[in-house]
Design a protein around this ligand. Structure first.
Ligand code: GRF
Length: 216
């Protein structure tokens, strides 16, 4: 029996990725305990999703702090008070200070709606449409001090069709996000991957691929 990994999810918006994690947890597929959901925005619908599932929530508005560092250390304080060991950024719209990133190194992951290193930062799907790429996608990675530059854990690709809009592409990518984020968390919670420089490697040969994981 694996001890559940204490996890926090940081959110700012709608929280569909949070919902995917909650669903997998409730289906008994993820050996994690979601200790707290933290948002910088009290109106984030993600907070309601957490409440509906009995998960503690905490709102820390960045507007109340003079500096990024002060805001981030308040988040760290909250995370530590809940005994968190893995921090998942799932639509969290603040850039975190390098102090925070260093503190949570190897224990901080993010999901981004592009095949990084393409289209980092805001409006990745719009950037993809405007650039004219034929393939887009999403990435989960360990956070480093750059913007969407950390070592990649998993990516998933989707086609871009000529009549796609930002909304249709966003929806297609989001479906994949909901598959790869829980899988990345599963790998971490079950000690199946580690980071070696830029490379995220599995010491085991039996790491479940997407189909194996989701068909369980
Ligand atoms: C997702 O596209 C995620 O990749 C990005 O922000 C969006 C959050 O969506 N970082 P949701 O709040 O999980 O629905």
């Amino acid at each position: 029996m694996i001890t559940p990994l204490p996890v926090a999810v940081l959110v700012s918006g709608h929280g569909t990725n949070l919902q995917a994690i909650i669903n997998e947890r409730e289906a008994g597929k993820l050996p994690i305990a979601i200790k707290v959901v933290i948002s910088n925005d009290s109106s984030a619908y993600a907070l309601k999703r957490a409440e509906q599932h009995g998960i503690p929530t905490h709102c820390i508005s960045h507007k109340k702090f003079d500096s990024r560092e002060a805001f981030d250390s308040e988040i760290t304080k909250a995370l530590e008070s809940f005994g968190v060991e893995l921090v998942v950024l799932a639509g969290f719209n603040r850039i975190l200070s390098s102090h925070f990133v260093k503190h949570w190194k190897f224990r901080l992951i993010n999901i981004h709606p592009s095949l990084v290193p393409a289209f980092p930062g805001l409006h990745a799907q719009r950037q993809a449409i405007e650039y004219g790429v034929k393939i887009a996608g999403c990435s989960v990675f360990f956070v480093d001090e750059g913007v969407d530059t950390g070592p990649i854990i998993i990516q998933s690709a989707v086609p871009v069709f000529p009549d796609d809009t930002e909304d249709t592409l966003t929806a297609r990518i989001l479906e994949q996000e909901h598959l790869i984020l829980p899988l990345a968390i599963y790998w971490i919670a079950t000690d199946q991957i580690y980071q070696n420089g830029r490379h995220v490697i599995s010491p085991k040969s039996d790491v479940p691929l997407m189909r194996d994981y989701h068909d369980r």
